[in-house]
Each structure stands twice: as C-alpha cells, then as structure tokens.
Write a protein that binds this ligand. Structure first.
Ligand SMILES: Nc1nc2c(c(=O)[nH]1)N[C@H]1C(S)=C(S)[C@@H](COP(=O)(O)OP(=O)(O)OC[C@H]3O[C@@H](n4cnc5c(N)ncnc54)[C@H](O)[C@@H]3O)O[C@H]1N2
Ligand code: MOO
Length: 410
C-alpha cells in the first residue's frame, strides 16, 4: 500500500499546477454572432461613431429650436412643412427659418434642424403648415453623432467575457468577427469496475455513471468542450491506453475515480507515466475531495478526481473551473453569484482543512436561511437538493448557527 499523501491547501495546490503550465492562450477568430460567453483576446476600439448621423428620438417635426422659442398653446409658433424625412435614407432639403420637416423615431435629423417637436405638441393647420404649441431647446429629442460611442473610444479589454448586449454593440459597429480564446477540449475518462452507463440497468454492486455528466456540465459552463470518453475498467493497461488516446485530442484530461491510495487506485501511476513531470499534487486539504491528483503530462494538465460524486464536483469546482478559465486567458474565474444568509445549523470542521457543505436556501420571516444538507460524499441528491455551498475556511474549526455566511450559488 502506498504512503498516504501529503496534503496541500487548495490555493497552493492550484498554484503548483499553474506554475507548470505555459502562459500562452490559444485563440481563434470567430463570427461575433457565435461569440456569446467567449473570452475576448484582443483590445477593441470603435472603428466609427454611433450613431453616424443625428437621429430623432420621437415622431414629430425637425425644427430650428430658436424658431419655437416662446411658443405656447395661446401663442403658437407657425412653421412651414417642407417635406418628410424618409426612414433609412437621407434628406436633400435644408430646414430654414420658420420651416419644419416631418421626422419619425430613429430617422435622420435633416440639415439645418437641431431639435424635434413631438407630434402631440403641434397642431396641423393645413397640408403645409403647423402650429408649435411648446418650445424645444436645441438638441431636444435628438441623439447626436457619437452620443452612443465615439470613433476611437475603447470598447473592451482583452479578457472580457462577451455578453448578449456586447454582441449587439459589436454588430452595431460592423465588428462581425472577433478573436477569442479557443475553448479548451476536456476529455473525461471515468474509471471503476462497478460503474455502468446510465442507459444500462445496474447489476448487483454496480452504479450508474454520475461523474461524467456533472463534470461535462461544469466544463461546458466554464467555456470548455467536454469530450466524454466512457468508462474504463480498473486495469492499468486499459486506463493507460484510454487516457493516452484521450490526451492526444484534448487540452485537459479529467479522470474520475481511482485517485485514492488503494491498490485499485491507478490514476496517480497512470499520470506519472503519461508524460513529464506527471503528478505534481496528490492530496488536498479539503473535505470532501482530499484524494485529489493534479498533474501535468508533457504540457497538458490532468486532474484526477475522487470518485465520490460530491467530492468530484467540489474538486472540479476548485481546480477544473479555474484551470479552464486560465487556459482561456483569465487569471481568475469570473466571480460566481453569492448571497449572504443566516446559517441554520452548526457546521463542524477542523483547522487546516477547507470544508464545503451544500445548503438549501429558505426564506423565513423575510430572512434568507442557509440550511446545510449533510450527507456522505457518495450521494448525489444532496447536491441536487441544494442551491449552493458554504465554505468553512482553512483556519476555522467550524461555523455557528445564526452566523452570517456567504453562499456560493451553483
Ligand atoms: N483507506 C482510505 N480509503 C479511502 C480514503 C482514504 O483516505 N483512505 N479516502 C476516501 C475518500 S475521502 C474518497 S473521496 C474516496 C476516493 O476514492 P477514489 O477516487 O479512489 O474512487 P473510487 O474508490 O473508485 O470511488 C469512490 C466512490 O465513488 C463511486 N464512483 C466512482 N466513479 C463514479 C462515477 N463515475 N459515478 C458515480 N459514482 C462513482 C464509486 O462507486 C465509489 O463508491 O476514497 C475513500 N477511501
Ligand atoms: O474526500 Mo472524500 O472526497 O471526503 O469523500
């Protein structure tokens, strides 16, 4: 039996892994239309101003503001209508003294005009003449050239994660292609003689594969492309050839189970033989998830997850998620949503270890309560029934009922 491992705090373990990786980020040029949630790897500035022509924000009449000064219902200004500004086209005529042009919302303000009177603030005298019942100030109801964004203005820094409104903003400027980080391909290999595919009815002593799917989900949410490589027997040669093949076409390898120290646990040996330097961390000061393997094989990161479903999910959250963002050029993963809640029960821990406890959030008397869902890490429905996790920090020996805690939401 091998020696029980030396555990490292999670932050240190992650640093050991990152220190072995190249800082280079793989990029690709993609259609902006397809770039939602991708990490931008270029600095973008506006190639032109928006809007590129002055636009009306109202349906009404484009006028020279000074021609309306002093106008009231009892003493209106009289203006001559010289035409109608068509939508999507320019307008030849200039609006001169005591003149107006019909304009619609979003239409171009014609030359000479500097404001728009809303149609309901006017009265039609005949086909060619109107009364203006209220004065407008210069610029009123007008969007100026560059009011949205000015030519040359910085838009996004490298490292920005593109949101729906960003895609719209880029398209408005005609930026139809962007350089983004390539999505890391994450090969997921599950091991275990007892693990069977979900579509199979488990025999005595067998369980359906859970981890492949929770890990694939986490990887996809972190910008990765999961590659599900199936279930491999607890046999060194089988696991070695399956993981070597998987690594050939992936950027990251995740092995579920076999990360502990029994004779059946092959992950560490396999990682040591897949490439240099092999295992860089075996054992992390975290519960659940202590028997974790982190390695690098010829430049590619490998994570050996403990097989218990809760442990696999916690460890993937601690290492796979930041790793995938780091491969996409982010030093830190985007902050997860958090809420503050009152802890409903004590959570025991010991110093020198981070504990992650799943909690259900319940609103009671307009206060949010975090109810820990205790259970063995071999379960999956403790995770399914919870909304987030509470972390008991390394230097704490527990959290007390009634304490305010931060809940990191799933
Ligand atoms: N003597 C010791 N035994 C164990 C220790 C220890 O320190 N000393 N640590 C325990 C802890 S903590 C964990 S976590 C597990 C880690 O085990 P392995 O990573 O080696 O994984 P297995 O033993 O193969 O599996 C553990 C458990 O998880 C189930 N499993 C595995 N794969 C899947 C899957 N894809 N979907 C669903 N469930 C899965 C498997 O059936 C086992 O029940 O070691 C403890 N033992
Ligand atoms: O670490 Mo095990 O992961 O506590 O269940």
């Amino acid at each position: 039996m091998p020696e029980m491992f030396q555990v490292l705090p999670p932050v240190e373990a992650l640093k050991v892994l990152f220190d072995q990786l190249s800082p280079n980020v793989m990029t690709e040029n993609v259609d902006t239309a397809e770039a939602l949630d991708r990490v931008l790897i270029e600095k973008l500035t506006a190639p032109s101003s928006l809007p590129s022509f002055p636009r009306s924000t109202m349906d009404g009449y484009a006028v020279r503001a000074k021609d309306t000064f002093g106008a009231t219902e009892s003493l209106p200004a009289y203006l001559n209508v010289i035409g109608e500004v068509p939508m999507g086209r320019g307008f030849e005529l200039e609006v001169g003294l005591a003149q107006a042009a019909i304009v619609y919302t979003g239409g171009m303000i014609p030359p000479g005009a500097d404001a728009v009177v809303m149609v309901e603030r006017t009265q039609k005298l005949d086909a060619k003449n109107i009364e203006v019942l209220r004065a407008v100030a210069p610029g009123e109801n007008v969007i100026e050239v560059g009011e949205d964004v000015k030519e040359g203005e910085p838009l996004f820094d490298s490292g920005h994660i593109l949101r729906p409104q960003d895609l719209g903003g880029l398209m408005a400027l005609g930026i139809t292609k962007v350089t983004v980080a390539a999505r890391p391909r994450v090969a997921i290999v599950s091991t275990g003689d007892e693990v069977v595919p979900p579509e199979q009815t488990p025999g005595l002593g067998q369980v359906r594969d859970v981890n492949t799917y929770t890990i694939a989900g986490l990887a996809a949410r972190s910008g990765g492309i999961p590659q599900q490589k199936g279930i491999i027997r607890d046999d060194y040669d089988c696991l070695f050839s399956a993981t070597r093949e998987a690594l050939d076409t992936a950027d990251v390898l995740v092995v579920s189970a076999g990360s502990s120290v029994s004779t059946r646990d092959l992950t560490a040996d396999v990682v040591n033989n897949l490439g240099k330097p092999g295992v860089v961390v075996h054992g992390v000061a975290v519960r659940p998830g202590k028997p974790t393997v982190l390695g690098v094989c010829n430049g590619k990161p490998v994570i050996g997850l403990p097989g218990n479903p809760v442990s696999a999910m916690v460890v993937a959250g601690l290492f796979l998620v930041p790793l995938l963002w780091r491969l996409q050029g982010l030093v830190k993963p985007p902050a997860r949503q958090r809420v503050t809640a009152i802890l409903a029960h004590n959570i025991a821990s010991v110093t020198g270890r981070e504990d992650f406890v799943q909690v259900r959030l319940v609103e009671r008397e307009s206060e949010l309560r975090a109810e820990p869902i205790f259970g063995k890490s071999n379960l999956i429905y403790t995770l399914v029934k919870s909304e987030g996790m509470v972390c008991v920090p390394l230097d704490s020996n527990g959290l007390h009922k009634g304490e305010r805690v931060e809940v990191e939401l799933f």
